[in-house]
Design a protein around this ligand. Structure first.
Ligand SMILES: Nc1ncnc2c1ncn2[C@@H]1O[C@H](COP(=O)(O)OP(=O)(O)O)[C@@H](O)[C@H]1O
Ligand SMILES: [Mg+2]
Length: 355
């Protein structure tokens, strides 16, 4: 795009053109007028300081021409300034009334700062609109995730209250499972909202991370074994890592949880190592893997591969979003790559905190 001249330059240009034009009209016009008067109407030139009638007419004509020119330049200049401002003001009123699809048109009159103002205004409304859509999506998704456990809880509790169900260990266990699910959902939402507002704090201290992670693996081992997974851990025991071990453990739990829920039973590899100045924590399963079309946005909140299947398995669709938030809070990232048979999730972050 051609760079547009700044507003200040335009104003200076217009006023300079106007001053030059008016000077030209009066000076050059006087020459022409007197040349003509001397040649053809010598009597019409006044001898005193009071102008003659013809001279008076000439003065009035010059004033009208100069005024005409000034008005023309002023109208052109104000059009350039006011048209885009009016467009922004009009769209601003619409946005204030809640019409977030209003945009200020950018016509060729707008240049320099006014064009920038229109562009910035439109960018701001774009962002406002996408934030509003996102908020609506989140509200709907959260309400949806809350509905199932709350409905189940209400049904069971009502059944207990009315004597339809007799109190048994089994029923209390199922109630507890729903409450635990709700608790997990609330904790995940908390992490994500802290991350959104840039307040997800990680306490990076130097720890022997292998020790911390092996506690998580021990806690998962019975469930993994029951499901038929063979857990292999390759945790570099000598590695001293700067990280928030609790948060990294939380991320590992989410990945192991996903393996339990979504992966085929088989070998499950958990690896912690350092390479190229980065710490890598890998969880690799044996299938069915993640479709490459999903691989880029699977880390967004409420994004599920197969909605019916994962909802049945109890996931809220927030697990990987939490993993991503934790990785990013460590200045790192998380990716999913196809492994030999399934998928391999890798969280990596810088080994040294740069200050
Ligand atoms: N190890 C895995 N193997 C296959 N698919 C997976 C795996 N981990 C995650 N997924 C897919 O990614 C989706 C998002 O995971 P997540 O954010 O943890 O949500 P949830 O587990 O609650 O469904 C899952 O619904 C599932 O389709
Ligand atoms: Mg999950």
């Amino acid at each position: 795009m051609r760079p547009t001249p700044g507003l200040r330059r335009q104003i200076i240009q217009s006023l300079a053109v106007m001053a030059l034009g008016i000077t030209f009209i009066s000076v050059f016009g006087s020459y022409v007028f007197y040349a003509f008067a001397v040649a053809y109407l010598p009597d019409s030139i006044s001898e005193t300081w009071i102008p003659s009638r013809v001279e008076m007419i000439w003065i009035v004509c010059t004033i009208i021409a100069a005024l005409g020119m000034a008005v023309f330049v002023a109208i052109r200049l104000s059009q350039r300034l006011i048209t885009p401002l009016k467009a922004v003001a009009h769209s601003l009123r619409e946005v204030a009334q809640g019409k977030l699809d209003a945009r200020a048109p950018l016509d060729e009159q707008a240049t320099g700062e006014t064009a920038q103002l229109v562009r910035d205004f439109n960018t701001m409304v774009d962002r406002l609109q996408s934030m509003t859509r996102e908020r609506e999506f989140w509200n709907a998704a959260i309400a949806h995730e809350l509905r199932t456990p709350v409905t189940i809880l209400r049904g069971r509790l009502q059944g207990l209250a009315e004597g339809v169900f007799s109190p048994s260990g089994e029923i209390f266990e199922s109630l507890l499972r729903q409450v635990e699910g709700l608790n997990r959902l609330i904790e995940d939402l908390r992490v994500l909202s802290l991350n959104d507002s840039g307040q997800l704090e990680v306490q990076r201290v130097t720890v022997r991370l292998a020790d911390e992670l092996s506690f998580v693996l021990q806690a998962f081992a019975p469930r993994l074994a029951t499901k038929g997974f063979h857990l292999h851990s390759e945790l570099d025991a000598n590695l001293l890592v700067e990280c928030d071990a609790v948060r990294i453990g939380q991320a590992l739990m989410a990945l192991l949880d996903n393996a339990l829920q979504h992966a085929e039973p088989g070998h499950l590899l958990v690896r912690l190592h350092q390479a190229n100045g980065l710490i890598h924590l890998t969880v690799e399963d044996e299938g069915p893997g993640i479709d490459s079309s999903l691989a880029t946005n699977i880390f967004e909140a409420f994004r599920r591969g197969d909605p019916t299947r994962s909802r049945k398995s109890g996931g809220s669709g927030l697990g990987l979003a939490v993993v991503k938030a934790i990785a990013e809070a460590h200045g790192g990232r998380v990716v999913v790559q196809p492994s030999s048979a399934g998928s391999s999730f890798v969280i990596s972050w810088p080994a040294r905190l740069r200050v």
